[in-house]
Design a protein around this ligand. Structure first.
Ligand SMILES: C[S@@+](CC[C@H](N)C(=O)[O-])C[C@H]1O[C@@H](n2cnc3c(N)ncnc32)[C@H](O)[C@@H]1O
Length: 292
């Protein structure tokens, strides 16, 4: 195994050391971070076992020799194998909540987090939200954040992948939400059982197959099922839209992320009064549709 020079001794210097290496390597970001300094900090705090809340005081703390070795190995894997930082640390944050991740699930990064934090205002009265469905739950991030935002709601966290559901179930348990969030195997709506929802939220796969093959290497560490969605990227969206009428309550809302497939959605359903949402923290390609 090739060895890398050991990082400097203090936390702050080690962050700068790692950030310089990451920046030089011209990595692709977009898995929960968008710059080398944030990624470097995540790797340093993970290697050291320090809580992020200890910053900035901990910038002056020394790193144990074993932590410096661990950090060097993490930086090496990030650069040489292009492993997203969240898979190296096993953890990320979504709408302020800690979510465990591994390559069985997509790394959470949906702008839907911002909508959840705002409790989908002004599109729904939070007091009326009793049942929520998250289609393609992956790590469970959207379902879990919704359960925290709507404490009276029952949430179905649905995915077709048993591997993803195992991760979601673990996260649901860590959040103590087993009583309100159900990890359920379903192929879009098939397998859910009967009933309607006040909100259906989904970040489904929406990347055209040909585009998936051209994505940066980082994305190859993610499950293909979380990205690829047929020749036009709309396989999952088509089924979500087709079944929504039978699954939404009369005043219910449907919120779906389609990312760069927004123009394809607009072309495919010109008759639908889709509301394209805007985000303060960046991102887009999320539409909202009311049952009405
Ligand atoms: C883009 S990932 C989103 C994961 C998570 N919701 C998030 O935002 O990080 C899409 C998820 O949809 C799941 N999925 C793909 N096809 C599906 C289907 N037909 N029915 C249900 N889930 C599906 C994948 O397994 C994957 O976990």
């Amino acid at each position: 195994m090739r060895r890398t020079a050991l990082p400097p001794e203090t936390t702050g210097d080690a962050i700068q050391w790692a950030a310089r290496r990451l920046a030089r390597a011209r990595l692709s970001y977009g898995h929960g971070t968008d710059n080398p300094v944030d990624e470097a900090a995540a790797l340093v705090y993970h290697a050291a076992g320090f809580a992020h809340e200890t910053a900035p005081a901990s910038y002056a703390w020394p790193l144990a020799p074993a932590a410096r070795e661990r950090l060097a190995a993490l930086v090496r894997r990030r650069i040489e194998e292009r492993v997203p930082a969240a898979y190296l640390t096993g953890v990320t944050w979504f709408a302020g909540h800690e979510i465990r991740v591994d390559p069985r699930v997509l790394v959470p990064r949906s702008p839907i987090a911002e909508l959840i934090e705002a409790r989908f205002a002004p599109f729904i009265d939070p007091k009326r939200v009793r049942r929520i469905l998250d289609i393609g739950t992956g790590s469970g991030c959207i379902a879990i954040a919704c359960a925290h935002a709507f404490p009276a709601a029952q949430v179905d966290a649905a995915d077709v992948s048993p591997d993803a559901l195992a991760v979601a179930a673990d996260n649901i348990r860590r959040h103590g939400l087993e009583g309100r969030v159900r990890a359920v195997r379903a192929d879009v709506y098939e397998g859910l059982g009967p009933g309607r929802y006040d909100m259906i939220v989904s970040n489904p796969p929406y990347v055209p197959d040909a585009t998936v093959r051209r994505l940066p290497k980082e994305y190859r560490h993610e499950p293909a099922l979380g990205l690829a969605a047929g020749p036009d990227g709309l396989d999952a969206v088509r089924r979500i839209l087709a079944g929504a009428r039978e699954r939404l309550e009369p005043k219910g809302i449907l919120v779906v992320e389609v990312g760069d497939s927004q123009p394809a959605v607009e072309r495919a359903w010109p008759e639908l009064p889709l509301v394209w949402l805007e985000f303060e923290r960046g991102g887009g390609g999320v539409f909202l549709l009311t049952m009405e």
